[in-house]
Design a protein around this ligand. Structure first.
Ligand code: 2RA
Length: 333
């Protein structure tokens, strides 16, 4: 039946994509309410559902919705998500990291554990880097068993929202004119640079972004001791994350066997034909629902129990808005 859907943070990069994805996928929206803080309340927003006036957020108003997407900070989610979801309140799908590791909050990539979407009123959407890698790794785990996973990421500016994308563009333009490149959103100038630092540094020398890949992949796969390690790097691309991944497998594996598995995998587009210069790239993966996977080859170190691959996925889509809407679809399926 047609649902009353709320989006909190509708004017941000993820919020805008949430509205686009619901429309494009014909999600059964009967009524759409866009919530924001005082700062944006009263503003109008042009959407595929027409011109919408942004409503001032209140728990009471949000609880009237059937489903509420949160595309705002973890602090906001911590304070309000449980109140919105409590009792006969709304199903809350939270894009922040606030509840991802809570035992009683499912962390869902629908291609992997979508069946959990009916088990809770508060659901966490994974970190974008985790979701993009997981879509490619899950079929390989099912077929060959993942023993060790090493991930190196090349993450787009959109991971830091619209401000991140703005700073990148302004920086590239400034750099081309020989002017100073600002670093306010990122720790250093991103244009013509790469920054091996996303989120805060932990005691163990990893950043929080890198540990999210480890912690969240283990939870989504249901493999608490999965040996997975990540180096997360910001690069000057706009909205698609790329990831270089090495795996050691339990069972023997060949590149062709892996391609056969990935060619059939949900949410994956196999792009692996180097002779024709075909491999995953942000310029092709951007604005696509599927995650591109290619450069599949036997890893020189693990031999016939190892693979090396390259992945590219749109950070705002499978990394955020698409995955969140797919969770909502699974919750009403
Ligand atoms: C980033 N994955 O790319 C983090 C949060 N979106 O900045």
């Amino acid at each position: 039946e047609n649902l009353h859907v709320g989006v909190i943070g509708a004017t941000g990069a993820v919020g805008v994509e949430l509205i686009n994805v619901m429309f494009d996928r014909n999600f059964p929206v009967g009524e759409l309410t866009l919530f924001a803080s005082e700062r944006s309340a009263g503003k109008t927003l042009e959407t595929k559902y027409g011109t919408k006036t942004v409503t001032l957020f209140s728990v009471e108003e949000a609880r009237k919705c059937d489903i509420v997407f949160l595309a705002v900070s973890g602090d906001f989610a911590k304070e309000y998500a449980p109140q919105i979801a409590a009792g006969d309140g709304a199903l809350v799908i939270d894009n922040s990291s606030a509840f991802r590791l809570n035992d009683d909050v499912p962390l869902i990539v629908p291609e992997i554990n979508g069946d959990l979407a009916k088990t809770a009123k508060l659901i966490a959407n994974p970190n974008c880097t985790t979701a993009i890698a997981a879509v490619a790794l899950w079929p390989l785990h099912q077929a060959f068993g993942l023993k060790k996973v090493f991930v190196s990421t090349y993450q787009a500016a959109s991971g830091a929202g619209q401000p991140g994308m703005n700073e990148l563009r302004e920086g590239l333009a400034a750099g081309l004119k020989g002017e100073e490149i600002k670093a306010e959103v990122f720790s250093h100038p991103l244009a013509f640079n790469v920054i091996p630092h996303i989120d805060t540094f932990q005691e163990n020398g990893y950043t929080r972004e890198e540990m999210k890949v480890t912690w969240e992949t283990r939870k989504i796969f249901g493999v608490p001791d999965l040996a997975i390690s990540c180096t997360a790097v910001r690069i000057p691309t706009e909205r698609t994350h790329s990831e270089s991944i090495v795996v050691e497998t339990e069972k023997p594996v060949t590149p062709q066997a892996a391609r056969d598995v990935l060619a059939k995998a949900r949410g994956v587009k196999l792009v692996d034909n180097p002779e024709k210069l075909e491999y995953p790239m942000p310029i092709n993966a951007t604005k696509q629902y599927d995650v591109e996977v290619g450069r599949i080859r036997t890893n020189l170190i693990f031999g016939d129990h190892g693979l090396e691959l390259f992945v590219a996925g749109d950070q705002l889509l499978k990394g955020a808005a698409l995955n969140a809407v797919q969770i909502a679809e699974a919750s009403i399926a």
